[in-house]
Design a protein around this ligand. Sequence first.
Ligand SMILES: *[C@@H]1O[C@H](CO)[C@@H](O)[C@H](O)[C@H]1NC(C)=O
Ligand SMILES: *[C@@H]1O[C@H](CO)[C@@H](O)[C@H](O)[C@H]1NC(C)=O
Ligand SMILES: *[C@@H]1O[C@H](CO)[C@@H](O)[C@H](O)[C@H]1NC(C)=O
Length: 429
Amino acid sequence: MAIPKFSSLFRCRKWAKSDWLAAFLGFVLVVFFLSFFFDSPFDSDSVSSVDQSLPITYPPNLVKLKLSSLAKERGAFCLDGSLPGYHFQNGSGSGSNSWLLHLEGGGWCSTIASCSSRAMTNYGSSNYFEDEVSFPGVLSNDPSQNPEFFNWNRVVIRYCDGASFAGRPEAEFKNETRLFFRGQLIWETIMDELLSMGMSDAKQAILTGCSAGGLAALIHCDYFRDHLPKDAVVKCFSDGGFFLNLPDVLGNPTMENFFNDVVNLQGVDKSLDQSCVAKMDPCKCMFPHEFLKNIRTPVFLVNAAYDSWQIEHVLVPVSADPDKSWAKCRLNIKECDAEQMKVLHGFRSSLMDGIGEFHQNKVGGMFIDSCFSHCQSVAPETWHSPTSTRIENKTIAESVGDWFFNRNPVKLIDCPYPCNPSCSNMNFA
Ligand SMILES: *[C@@H]1O[C@H](CO)[C@@H](O)[C@H](O)[C@H]1NC(C)=O
Ligand SMILES: *[C@@H]1O[C@H](CO)[C@@H](O)[C@H](O)[C@H]1NC(C)=O
Ligand SMILES: *[C@@H]1O[C@H](CO)[C@@H](O)[C@H](O)[C@H]1NC(C)=O
């Protein structure tokens, strides 16, 4: 979430055997340097005003880390056995009884080796957590950047289990490796702690998160609803969490195999939607497409139709590009040729198919922009600013607000790339 993570980013890049973790850490870098990488449609265009081409800077809103005080007695530990934690900024005024919980993302670990490596980073151990992190976008306390939720109680729950807060201790101690698979316990323990800090009086609440955290927000959505007052308005909003079970460009089930390994290693099946697990291989139930229809609580999906993480890792993982013909395109959509764009448009179609049924969901909402992006709620350039991503002239923040407060139904689907000039397309090259 914060700039201090850069040092660990580069450390991780060296040891990560698979590039999954490194890639997710890379996302952290991009979110925070978005204004530098940021492919503004206005940069090369003198038609726009000077204001629009200058990056807008916001003062940092640093929030202190708190390690969980209940975790020790509950046995809720990070991968390495350290205590999990969170960052809390209290609400005020009309937001005093409103709560927004953000589950941090950062990939998954699928093997003893990759989890052991992860246990030596801030994604597996609180020994490496920063003392404070910045709260941008949906987490911000600045109404110009976060018009709907700036005065709510806001919490970032740190991700240190490697299985979307859904691992189970029964799966531990394989091959005598001392790793703790307690994501589900971390989630439940920190929920109890927040409930005791005033969240049990919540009148409004949102569970959100991005990437692996966006997936976790869907997995835990009904639990969140069920632990808050009956008369509270409770909804879940997943950012960049709609992972597709799609073969890669060589036809290999790279993503399904990966989730299969995560589920088996960390015993995630018991945390997944049980009506789904009863019907099919549990690893398939990690894909939102399979369990979205069973979530009882209203859900909003924010996802780029050209999700940069999924293009880089689901559609064109390095293993599916032996001749490196995708080397540039998979990192920067502007480098794609016509044939490659066809494949990317195919990804968009698969995403639309995956979301298909959800269109009929009366209480659901969506914002599916045609940007090459990932995790758009945690940067002002994508969440809310004068130049941020829009569909039908609405920012993501306004869209989520319209849906949460029942101002308007929101089912926003963008036209295909490159139709939207307000995109902040990423460039990982
Ligand atoms: C909550 O935050 C406000 C500032 O936003 C501060 O004035 C107030 O004292 C805080 N309340 C509590 C209970 O910490
Ligand atoms: C445990 O070790 C055996 C033999 O070295 C290996 O085949 C197996 O895959 C290992 N299990 C895990 C979960 O790593
Ligand atoms: C878009 O919305 C802004 C306010 O957010 C408004 O000032 C502007 O006029 C709108 N533009 C169009 C074309 O509707």
